[in-house]
Design a protein around this ligand. Structure first.
Ligand code: HEM
Length: 430
């Protein structure tokens, strides 16, 4: 990347005033990677930035450095520490209230949850995930082309799967889903959001009591049953916080990723064609969409330096808030050759840092991967000629920079009638 790709303000402010450029970077195209990242990786891989609150943080953009920070627990996940930078004056950073942020509490919690939420148990959900995807796509096909992907599939899929995995009784799925959706909705007032959160808390407590009385073989039932080596178990508050964490971490992330993955494929028609022609590419294609277009607006994961810590030859002073730009790291040419290109055949795509790294690596990665693979493979198989139904600049995006996601992805496909009228004999595809 040529130096001219770096905006004027960057070189001047960062080197002269030493107070860093404004962050997050503004981008006109929500699907694009801000040009600043490529420039920074090359010239200032660890640099100071100024957040909208006016607070300072340090930004890390190279793959190896991002991985090093995420793997080192001396970079604390507790952003509620005194002096930690705030993103805006209204809110701090994520994780400021996470009681399981750091060892040893995190280690114990993670060990217990890992016994109840294993990749093998996730694998058991596969047939049900297939059914849910098919049912949702059936509904879109029945209503006819065009349809809206986020409402029709991307939002309902992860929340239905979470309900079933946790063990929410079927008759409560709709209200449970509505509470989770409202709790996380940026378009509602804070009163409405906390009202939904309170309803969810009360319901989850009652569900926990019921499952203690009558044990069930679902995630909540298993979380109630697990014991650590000292026969310790998760108490009611810990159980409840675990369920909320799974809901917050697993719902909108997966929905946003499905929307962004499809938009990325639509933007690269030759890559979409390659995947259509060879469905065995689905695993690497999903990894490549995770690498190239991760969910969120590219802000990054934040940590707090609990000591003077060296990363990539730079000493980060104790008390510094560090933002690791996994989006930037995912395009680092030193790790991913030709990292700015989208290539569904990329053999190393699964080394991306979209699910984090180190001791807090995403618990739900096997589940998210399974949902994304089944959803994308089924969409392409059952909706021939699948395409974006509107010009790309008419796709609405959420306002929230941190959680930036498409709000609606209108899609169109060839219907059976259209195929027959074109004289095609491939109605089997529907
Ligand atoms: C595409 C979808 C997803 C993405 C991009 C994603 C990303 C991440 C990332 C980056 C972290 C690490 C945060 C850190 O280092 O501070 C994380 C942690 C976590 N994720 Fe995910 N996630 C996704 C889906 C899910 C799903 C489906 C679940 C569960 C149902 C889930 C559950 C969790 C949990 C519980 C943690 C905390 C782990 C810990 O504290 O040890 N995630 N996720």
């Amino acid at each position: 990347m040529a130096e001219s790709a770096c905006p004027h303000h960057f070189t001047e402010i960062d080197s002269a005033a030493e107070d860093g450029c404004p962050y997050p970077f503004v981008k006109a195209d929500p699907m694009a990677m801000p040009g600043e990242f490529a420039w920074l990786r090359e010239h200032r891989p660890i640099t100071r930035v100024t957040l909208p609150s006016g607070d300072q943080a340090w930004l890390v953009t190279r793959y190896d450095d991002v991985k090093a920070v995420l793997s080192d627990t001396r970079f604390s996940r507790d952003l509620g520490r005194p002096g930690a930078a705030r993103m805006s004056t209204a809110i701090g950073f994520g994780n400021s209230g996470n009681p399981f942020a750091d060892p040893p509490v995190h280690t114990r919690w993670r060990g217990l949850v890992a016994k109840a939420f294993t990749p093998r148990q996730v694998e058991h959900l596969r047939p049900r995930v297939r059914e849910i995807v098919d049912e949702l796509i059936d509904q879109m096909i029945d209503t006819g082309s065009p349809a809206e992907l986020m409402e029709g599939l991307a939002f309902p899929l992860p929340i239905k799967v979470l309900c079933e995995m946790i063990g929410v009784p079927v008759e409560d799925h709709v209200r449970f889903r509505d509470w989770v959706h409202d709790m996380l909705s940026s378009s509602l007032t804070s009163e409405q959001r906390s009202g939904a959160a309170m309803a969810l808390i009360e319901y989850s407590r009652a569900l926990t009591v019921a499952k203690r009385d009558e044990p069930t073989d679902d995630l909540l039932g298993r979380l109630i049953a697990v014991r650590d080596e000292n026969d310790g178990r998760l108490d009611d508050d810990e159980l409840f916080i675990t369920i909320m964490t799974l809901l917050v971490a697993g719902y909108k992330t997966t929905a946003a990723q499905l929307g962004k993955a499809m938009l990325t494929l639509f933007r690269h028609p030759e890559q979409l064609a390659a995947l259509r022609d060879d469905p065995s590419l689905i695993d690497s294609a999903v990894e490549e969409t995770l690498r190239y277009s991760p969910p969120g607006g590219g802000v990054g994961i934040s940590r707090y330096a609990t000591a003077d810590l060296e990363v990539g030859g730079v000493v980060i002073p104790e008390g510094t808030t560090v933002i690791v730009a996994r989006h930037a790291a995912n395009r680092d040419g030193a790790h991913f050759p030709d990292g700015e290109s989208f290539d569904v055949r990329r053999p190393t795509a699964n080394q991306h840092l979209t699910f984090g790294a180190g001791p807090a690596f995403c618990f739900g990665a096997p589940l998210a991967r399974m949902e994304l693979r089944i959803a994308i493979e089924t969409l392409l198989r059952r909706m021939p000629g699948l395409r974006l139904a509107v010009p790309e600049d008419q796709v609405p995006w959420t306002e929230d920079t941190a959680a930036q996601a498409p709000e609606a992805v209108p899609i169109a496909w060839e219907t059976e009638m259209a195929i027959i009228s074109q004289g095609a004999s491939n109605s089997w595809r529907i």
